[in-house]
Design a protein around this ligand. Structure first.
Ligand SMILES: Nc1ncnc2c1ncn2[C@@H]1O[C@H](COP(=O)(O)OP(=O)(O)OP(=O)(O)O)[C@@H](O)[C@H]1O
Length: 642
């Protein structure tokens, strides 16, 4: 929630508007004139009623002129209102464009890990729903709200000059209405935190549900039986209803009371006239003016119920816009060589009070929301100290041109180390440098130009496979792309696709196996031809048929490169110049395969385990029988040593 509520919110919105602020002022002024045109007919009506009540004679010309005046006012009111909204909508949508662009620029500077941890649903909500909801504020609440408030204010001032006693009577309904409004705002704000977070959670769960549809179906689950889906969707309903239940009674009070500007003016004003405390023309004029301001007042405050929600949405946007960007400079890469040096690297994911891990910058809570402050600062409210270190004091150097492998049990921190090297996150302690240059002292582009990162899961954009490969080096010619595809052993399956390499990844993606998709990403990396190659379980999807081709593709990719590889299958990295054994986020030992087998207990354990699993193989003993036999060849061969 923004610190001081409404005013900060408007300040922020004007900041977002930037050069379109002028248009917002113009729109407010035009709508102001329109509201004024809505008030004038009441004054003109009074000019007709007053002399009639006083028994004065008025001629037809006098009446016709005023009736014509009323008509002109009504036409002008409609025209000005339309014009004002036209200007305000242009300003609003240009502001939304500006805001989305700033958000996108900020996202580009944020640690990639932060973005992934946030969840697709939250990010979509931020970019689409939250930004969209500002349209109401910019195009309506601001110009209409201000104009509809200013004119009644001016009318009240005029009424005080006409007859302050009658003006006071006309104001009588305002204090109670304002009190009801404040109550609505206050209860609304209290319920807004859980409501907003329930919305974010539901968005993430729906996207997860759609993405995981395959698993959901395989395990015979539907939306109803998928417990989290049901819970998050019904939680959202409950929180929304709770908010409505708390806020609407107050809204009902003020929206029925506020327009009742004549509730006291009529009886008491008449009595004042009878007692000689007020004059009849003033009484009639005040009555007409009181009637004229009811609708604008209600309109101006009709936007109030949306304010708590908007406040929360702006707070969530602000939190992303204010999140510390990834530490980097504009510098290019000027390392002496491609030695990768991890120097006393410590990194962890924050632990909240509930024990969940979350990124330090996790913005799923809106800033300053009490429940989130607690989560981010620990139950005692002190600054968060509980960093659950995933990597602790890791130091080693991967030499230029050498193959360095990271091995360790699942969850030991190997992928985290690879992600730290490609600067997914900033470190808590220590440094990572390439050729002596700290990775935080170069731009992300400079770092990216030095590294090809091939992970288990490679994303294919919904464009042609040719363009997907070209992303490795955007300026590459078609021939160069084809050459890379050939080297990555892609041609054999690309040629079978109806449009070959020009097939769209969206359609072709469905026809490609996991291993084939990985070969596309290897082609991308071959085309990029960066001096450092990071392979994070790159052969994870390789089936026996694919494996050979994958290995040929990888051999092509890593030729003459500094190789940083994470592999579960130890035989594949046996030849590495250096193997780093990671145990619970610490470097247990480093050395060659032979050295580690001699002196590192953890490595011996891993090697034995890999030998055992290599011994287990699945064969189709008799295809005619149509089932697979599992054969433990280790029992035949005996446990292999070196
Ligand atoms: N984005 C994240 N947020 C919170 N915790 C994470 C995140 N990514 C990884 N972890 C945790 O950090 C620890 C190390 O994970 P990491 O993926 O680096 O291990 P790994 O050795 O590569 O495992 P595997 O071999 O199974 O891929 C694990 O306990 C994991 O749960």
């Amino acid at each position: 929630m923004l610190k001081t509520g409404g005013f900060d919110m408007f300040k922020k919105v004007f900041e977002y508007a930037g050069p379109y602020r002028k248009d917002l002022y113009s729109a407010t002024f035009i709508v102001l004139l329109s509201v004024l045109m809505g008030i004038l007919p009441f004054v003109l009506a009074c000019q007709i009623i007053s002399p009639l009540v006083m028994g004065n004679t008025i001629d037809t010309g006098y009446v016709t002129a005023r009736v014509a005046g009323v008509l002109v006012c009504l036409i002008l009111q409609a025209v000005l209102y339309g014009w004002g909204l036209d200007v305000s909508h242009k300003a609003a949508y240009n502001t939304l464009l500006r805001l989305r662009t700033s958000l996108q620029k900020r996202f580009e500077q944020l640690p990639l890990g932060f973005i992934q941890d946030k969840g697709t649903g939250t990010i979509k909500k931020l970019f689409v729903d939250d930004v969209d909801s500002l349209e109401v504020l910019l195009a309506h609440s601001l110009p209409e709200g201000i104009a509809n408030l200013m004119i009644p204010l001016a009318v009240y001032i005029a009424m005080f000059f006409i007859d302050w006693k009658l003006a006071l009577l006309s104001l009588a309904s305002v204090p109670v209405s304002v009190l009801a409004m404040m109550m609505m705002y206050s209860v609304g704000m209290k319920k807004m935190g859980p409501y907003y977070m329930a919305g974010q959670k539901m968005n993430n769960t729906i996207i997860e549900y759609v993405n995981g549809m395959e698993v959901v179906k395989v395990f015979n689950k539907d939306a109803q039986s998928y417990e989290r889906f049901r819970k998050d969707v019904s939680d959202y309903r409950d929180y929304t209803l709770e908010w409505y239940k708390a806020a609407w009674p107050w809204m009902a009070v003020y929206s029925s009371l506020l327009p009742c500007t004549i509730i006291l003016t009529l009886p008491l004003g008449a009595w004042f006239v009878l007692c000689g405390l007020s004059t009849l023309p003033d009484f009639i004029l005040i009555l007409c003016l009181s009637l004229s301001i009811g609708v604008p007042l209600l309109k101006s405050l009709g936007f109030l119920p949306t304010m708590p929600q908007l406040n929360y949405k702006i707070a969530a946007l602000e939190q992303v816009l204010e999140t510390a960007p990834l530490r980097q400079t504009e510098d290019t890469f000027h390392g002496m060589n491609h030695d990768i040096c991890f120097d006393h690297v410590t990194f962890g994911y924050r632990v909240n009070s509930a024990g969940d891990r979350r990124r330090p910058e996790d913005a799923s809570c809106a800033e300053n929301a009490p429940e989130c402050r607690k989560a981010q600062s620990g139950a005692d409210g002190k600054p968060p100290a509980a960093m659950d270190a995933v990597i602790t004091d890791v130091s080693f150097t991967a030499k230029t041109g050498q193959k360095t492998a990271l091995v360790g049990e699942s969850g030991s921190g190997k992928s985290t180390l690879a992600k730290l090297l490609i600067h997914y996150y900033d470190l808590q302690q220590g440094t990572i440098s390439i050729g002596g240059q700290d990775i935080t002292e170069m731009s992300l582009e400079a770092l990216n130009s030095q590294i090809s990162y091939v992970a288990q899961d490679q994303y294919l954009f919904n464009t042609s496979l040719l363009e997907n490969i070209r992303m490795g080096r955007p300026g590459a010619t078609d021939e160069e792309v084809l050459e890379a595809a050939k080297k990555a052993q892609c041609m054999e399956f690309l040629e079978k696709l109806p449009q070959g390499i020009h097939s769209m990844a969206g359609d072709a993606g469905k026809m490609l196996s996991g291993g084939q998709r990985q070969r596309i990403s290897l082609a991308r990396a071959i085309l990029k031809n960066a001096p450092i190659v990071v392979l994070d379980e790159a052969t994870a999807y390789a089936d026996p048929e694919n494996e050979e081709k994958m290995e040929a593709a990888i051999a092509e990719l890593v030729k003459g490169k500094t190789l940083f590889v994470i592999a579960h299958r130890l035989p594949a990295i046996r030849d590495a110049g250096q193997i780093c054994v990671i145990e619970h986020g610490r470097l247990a030992a480093a050395g060659t395969h032979e050295e580690l087998l001699e002196r590192c207990e953890e490595y011996q354990k891993l090697w034995k385990a890999s030998q055992r699993s290599a011994g287990w193989k699945v064969t189709t003993a008799n295809p005619a029988r149509g089932y697979h036999d599992v054969v433990n060849s280790a029992t035949n061969k005996g446990e292999e040593g070196k």
